[in-house]
Each structure stands twice: as structure tokens, then as C-alpha cells.
Design a protein around this ligand. Structure first.
Ligand code: NAD
Ligand code: TDX
Length: 355
């Protein structure tokens, strides 16, 4: 089995590559541009495996992507490359439109051209898994869950660009017959998570005695899934998901942001006791513009149809994650020296005299 993975040097992509190469014994070509969010240090455990290859390329580069398809001859594509941070999309959306929309379009076109030329048995078996987010569904109120039938209603430039890419992927299936499957997952956490996102940022700031920024009142709810559970789900969906279908992925672990941060503080009090409890560092700051109130996934379709189940719950997963950051400064220190955690995603007032 040969799988072309995009974005495999990122947080979820590296977990996918480790799973495919080390647990499944598949051949993987990892195509990644190595933006600020991608680092090959997340792949040291697969770097010298015979089945693993790396290509530094931009998914918007049609020539490079077409060449990757024709030389690697994949049986499947798992497309994860994206700009992924909501706050950065508020500060500047262009990279999100380029990579998430144009890049996905380029991947679909190259896949279509390659797939059209395959011999019938390989053509029949080929799959293109487009990996997306629950943020395309917008925000929930106090009740209810996102199902695969929930209408799209994205709030941020990030989620709007992901919604656009989901629509392109489905259109390439309906119009051209490309065997596409789409997955929409809730918030991931775990090892190798770039320290701009809530959980790794909180852990590292707590380690360094820095303020722990909580947007608004901290009552916003996210549904947390351990990244290795997501990687297993993506492999199962790519293998057995029905063409043209969407599968929601989530671990039934809803938490308020303030409770996530407080739990990390309690764990840090145990691992690294200080003069004062780490919760004293919690600082409420200006809210995120367009901040979605609540996300929560109904993963029944994936569980009943494809037999996936999350193995980690939030209590076990967050403890493992805090321990991992304490033990793996070699991984995060270089990233942290490039981005120390300054606030992103506040809207600058329009400049005087600007058009
Ligand atoms: P990430 O930001 O950690 O990694 C993204 C990777 O894509 C990086 O290695 C980066 O170098 C690469 N990349 C970016 N632009 C590229 C380009 N133009 N060409 C080639 N490579 C490029 O992201 P992540 O958190 O691992 O998310 C992976 C995917 O999963 C994304 O599609 C995201 O929308 C989706 N997703 C993420 C979450 C989450 O909680 N992080 C949840 C659901 C879905
Ligand atoms: O410093 C912070 N303080 C804070 O309160 C940060 C960085 C975030 N937050 C809040 C905003 C969110 O309500 O915490 C919550 C989680 O924020 P992020 O970690 O930025 O994740 P989120 O915006 O929910 O999006 C994530 O999950 C869905 C990923 O970044 C997306 O790529 C994925 O699609």
C-alpha cells in the first residue's frame, strides 16, 4: 500500500505518518512545504524507515504535485496540508485561501489526472481522503451535536477556507467521479502540537511562569480528541469509508476552555510544584473576534459503520500530553524560540487615511 500524505510534517499529519509507517507498514510519501508549522523533528521515529519518503513542495505547485503522483504512484491520498490556526487567519487570510482553497484545488486536479490514467483495478481501489474540521459547521448553542447533515456555517477565515475546500472535494466526486471521502474532526491535542494552540501554549507558559491567556470568559466549549485516535480514524476512513460520504470524528470530550486550562494547572502543580498554584497565572484577555461558542461532534456514523472508537479520554490524554511536553523540550524549544506565544488574531484598527 502506497499513500501520498500532504502536511505530514504538521501536528496531525505527523501522527498519521507515524501510524501508517510504524504500525501499518505502509509506504508513505510525505509532501510538505515546511511552513512555520511543519518540522521534520516530528518524524525522527520514521525518518530512517525504508517505506518513508519526504518531498518538500507546496501543494499549490501543480508541476511538483503532478510529478509526485507520477513518480510515487499512490494507491491513496490523505490530504492534510493546510493553514490551521484560526487566530492567524484573522490577522491575515491570504495564506489560508492560497493553501486551503487553491492548494486543495491543485491536489484534486492532479489526483484526477493521475487517477484517470490508472488501469481499471487500481482506478477502482483509489481513494482521496480530504481531511477537514468541525469548524465548517459554525457554532452550536447549549444543546445538540454536529452530525454529517449539519449545514455549513463557517465563522472565521480559516473555517470558511476549509468549507470551500470541502465543497471542492465533493464537487470533484460528483462531477468527475474522483473517489473522494471527507472527514470532519473536532479539536485535537497531544504530542508535537505547535505551541500557538490553546493546550500546548498553556503548558509551556505554565512551565515558564508566564500568564495563561483565556479568551473572554473562558466558557467556550471545544470537543477534544487525542491526536493518535484521529490518526487511526483517518486510516480507517481512507480504507473503508464510502465514496462521496462525510465522516465526523470526535471523542465525546466536551470541555470549557477555562476547565481545560485549570486542569493543566492542576497537573503542573503535581509535576512542578511552585510557590503558588499555577492557576494564579490564568489571565482573561480580549475575546477572539467571531469566537464560536461551542463545538461537539456526533461520531455515531464512524463508530457504527466503520467500527472506530476513541481509546483515550480527556483525563488520560491531557496527563500524557503534559508529561510529553515536560519530557521533550528538545522538540519544542526551537519552535518556541521562533514564536514565543504573543497574542495573535486581534483586529487592528483601520489605518488613518487608508482606503
Ligand atoms: P498544522 O498546522 O500542525 O500542520 C499543517 C502542515 O501542512 C504543516 O506541516 C505545514 O508545513 C504544511 N503545509 C502548510 N501549507 C502547505 C502548503 N502550501 N503546501 C504543503 N504543505 C503545507 O495542522 P494540523 O493541526 O496538523 O491540521 C492538519 C489538518 O487537519 C488540516 O487540514 C486541518 O484543517 C485539519 N484539522 C485540524 C484539527 C486540529 O485540531 N488541529 C482538527 C480538525 C481538522
Ligand atoms: O491563548 C489562547 N486562549 C484561548 O482561550 C488560545 C490560543 C485559544 N483560546 C481559546 C480559543 C478556542 O475557544 O481556546 C479554544 C481553542 O483554541 P485553539 O487551540 O486556537 O483551537 P480552535 O480555534 O478551536 O481550532 C482548532 O480546532 C479545530 C484547530 O486550530 C483547528 O485547526 C481545527 O480545525
Amino acid at each position: 500500500m502506497r499513500i501520498l500524505v500532504t502536511g505530514g510534517a504538521g501536528f496531525i499529519g505527523s501522527a498519521v505518518v507515524r501510524h501508517l509507517v510504524l504500525d501499518k507498514g505502509y509506504e508513505v510519501l510525505n509532501v510538505d512545504k515546511l511552513t512555520y508549522a511543519g518540522t521534520q523533528t516530528s518524524l525522527t521515529s520514521v525518518g530512517n524507515q525504508a517505506g518513508y519518503r519526504f518531498l518538500k513542495a507546496d501543494i499549490c505547485d501543480r508541476g511538483a504535485i503532478a510529478e509526485a503522483f507520477s513518480s510515487f504512484q499512490p494507491d491513496r491520498v490523505m490530504h492534510l496540508a493546510a493553514e490551521s490556526h484560526v487566530d492567524r487567519s484573522i490577522t491575515g487570510a491570504k495564506d489560508f485561501v492560497d493553501t486551503n482553497v487553491i492548494g486543495t484545488f491543485t491536489m484534486l486536479e492532479c489526483a484526477r489526472q493521475y487517477w484517470a490514467g490508472l488501469e481499471p483495478a487500481r482506478k477502482e481501489a483509489f481513494r482521496f481522503l480530504h481531511v477537514s474540521t468541525d469548524e465548517v459547521y459554525g457554532s452550536l448553542g447549549d444543546d445538540g451535536l454536529f452530525t454529517e447533515e449539519t449545514p455549513y456555517d463557517p465563522s472565521s477565515p480559516y473555517s470558511a477556507s476549509k468549507a470551500a475546500s470541502d465543497h471542492l472535494a465533493k464537487a470533484w466526486m460528483r462531477t468527475y467521479g474522483l473517489p473522494v471521502v471527507v472527514s470532519n474532526c473536532s479539536n485535537n491535542y497531544g504530542p508535537f502540537h505547535f505551541p500557538e494552540k490553546l493546550i500546548p501554549l498553556t503548558i509551556l507558559n505554565a512551565m515558564e511562569g508566564k500568564p495563561l491567556p483565556v479568551y473572554g470568559n473562558g466558557a467556550n466549549i471545544r470537543d477534544w480528541l487525542y491526536v493518535e485516535d484521529h490518526a487511526r480514524a483517518l486510516d480507517i476512513i481512507a480504507e473503508r469509508g464510502r465514496i462521496g460520504e462525510t465522516y465526523n470524528v470526535g471523542g465525546r470530550n466536551e470541555r470549557r476552555n477555562i476547565d481545560v486550562v485549570t486542569r493543566i494547572c492542576e497537573l503542573m502543580d503535581g509535576f512542578r510544584p511552585g510557590r503558588q498554584p499555577h492557576a494564579a497565572l490564568i489571565t482573561h484577555v480580549a475575546d477572539r473576534p467571531g469566537h464560536d461558542a461551542r463545538y461537539a461532534i456526533d461520531a455515531t456514523k464512524l463508530e457504527t459503520e466503520l467500527g472506530w472508537k476513541a481509546e483515550e479520554n480527556f483525563d488520560t490524554g491531557i496527563e500524557k500530553t503534559v508529561r510529553w511536553y515536560l519530557d521533550n523540550e528538545w522538540w519544542w524549544a526551537p519552535l518556541r524560540s521562533g514564536y514565543a506565544g504573543t497574542r495573535l488574531g486581534l483586529i487592528d484598527p483601520p489605518k488613518q487615511g487608508a482606503a
